[in-house]
Design a protein around this ligand. Structure first.
Ligand code: PRP
Length: 203
């Protein structure tokens, strides 16, 4: 039996499609109601959780494998193995600012609003730039509009949210997609089951 933690929300639909394509009957998952743990084909116990919690469950080994965005992995830097790029959930980590503003020429320490303070810190440190970071939980694009920040670091998928809020990309930090992660100890103890799961995912 393999315990799998999946990220609910944006990645949910593609993850279920992937499992279905692998021949796994996902009806119990689609019709789960408020049930938190779902058994699939007597082979997998599946839970849906918030992205950060997926990483935590895999890190502590209560889930053997997980599906989570690279953005969360970059932000959390936890000791889990990333074994497969699942390719879906593709977007970019970008720096964006109000259109026409050259934030790098501002004569002050700039303020960046983001849900991802560690990624932001690492990016600007790599550029030897001193920035102030404000942690925001959602709709980060609001921060420059409200003048809380000069720019944002956020995920960009279609670019629609930026465009509709008069923001533009000024730097790209990384390409993001969903990843299959594994607990390092489980990789040894359940090697065959994990290899089987990987093989059906890459087919
Ligand atoms: C994400 C991201 C952007 C938006 C980008 O937010 O943080 O705000 O999607 O998508 P786009 O480029 O296709 O417009 P999400 O909808 O997950 O909500 P949140 O901002 O509240 O986290």
């Amino acid at each position: 039996m393999l315990n799998i933690a999946l990220t609910k929300g944006r990645l949910e639909e593609s993850t279920i499609k992937l499992l279905q394509r692998a021949g796994i009957n996902c009806a119990p998952l689609i019709n789960k109601g408020r049930k938190l743990v779902v058994n699939l084909d007597d082979a997998y116990n599946v839970v849906f959780a918030k992205a950060n919690d997926v990483v935590t469950y895999v890190e502590y080994g209560v889930a053997d494998v997980g599906v989570v965005g690279k953005d969360t992995l970059m932000e959390m830097s936890r000791p889990v193995y990333e074994i497969l790029d699942l390719k879906f959930g593709a977007c970019r980590f970008s720096v964006a600012a109000p259109s026409g503003t050259d934030i790098y020429s501002l004569d002050k320490v700039i303020t960046i609003a983001t849900k991802y303070p560690a990624v932001t810190r690492n990016f600007f440190e790599s550029r030897n730039m001193d920035v102030d970071i404000v942690k925001i939980e959602g709709s980060v694009e609001l921060a420059p509009i409200l003048k809380l920040a000069d720019a944002i670091v956020d995920l960009v998928e279609t670019g629609k949210t930026l465009k509709e809020n008069n923001l533009e990309i000024i730097d790209n930090i990384a390409s993001i997609s969903a990843r299959l992660i594994v607990n390092p100890a489980t990789l040894k103890t359940k090697k065959q089951e994990i290899e089987k799961l990987v093989s059906i995912f890459v087919d």
